[in-house]
Ligand binder design. Sequence first.
Ligand code: BDP
Length: 332
Amino acid sequence: MSIRSYLNPVHCLQAAAVVGVLAAMTTPAQADNWRGWNVHPPGYPNSEALDSFVKDVTEKTDGRVNAKIFHNGVLGDQPDAIEQTRSGALNFANFNMGPMGPIVPETNVLSLPFLFKDIDAMHHVMDGEIGERFAEALERKNLVALSWFDSGSRSVYNTKRPINEPEDMKGLKVRVMNNDLYVEMIDALGGNATPMAYGEVYQSLKTGVLDGAENNFPSFESSGHNEVAKYFSETEHLILPECVCIAKASWEKLSEEDQGIVRQAALDAATLQRKLWAEGSKKSREEVIAAGVEINEVDKPAFQTRMEPIYAAFIEQHPDLEPLLNDVRNAQ
Ligand code: BDP
């Protein structure tokens, strides 16, 4: 073809058509566009692992699933995001099992204080047959849990004073995640529990609406709570797993091959998250101390004793969950 023929409008149209066909061959006709929810900021261990999940899913399905993750809770708070993922309005998310309790009662077992003796015990339980049982319970509520992230252990912190004994909690207004069990837990210690969305806690601590909250070191730091609450008391009362969960409707639309790819991407993301978590929580601990936070050692057995009645009340309310609770305890 001569140079003149390139300038011929008919040839230009033909060339454009060829480009269009080539583009259609490389972009799947019916790509599923997935939107994912994450409460944490970029750079947080979970966020990095979710970035890697999204990249794997999109690349390894050759774009048949085109996944995007929205960090920083911009798509809403956790209870809303759980509902949206259950309905399929959101396609995937990283959820903590705490706010899952009101929707999936079985997961409340995981919210009982001092359940796991340490993080390894939690991994051991969740990565095995018992973890499968929790995943089945989630699936009955339209959430497909593919892997489990760490969230360390949660401890109480506050703006007022060191806490070493349960008595030191008396009268403190402490924020908890959305779950009645946590209200019982703080009340058992003599504090006043206030369920509140994560994103509102910083301002509430600053203005004195709250005196304290409870969380792990990476969240304590990344949320800026450490700037306001200077007393961190190592109660370590909760070791909660988190899931990579897919909306059941989105999962069922996938071919078997793509389900395999997505599952593997979630497992790989969890391996990465746990590694980043171990490094990140040590670093956060050091950084908050360097920035002026006082770490208070607590009389753990005294806290455990105070919270013990929560177990009896739980079993009385949910006798059907006693076998699951016993299995979690015996598996450690
Ligand atoms: C963080 C969890 C996150 C929770 C948050 C909270 O990773 O899922 O939303 O605590 O306290 O540790 O609400």
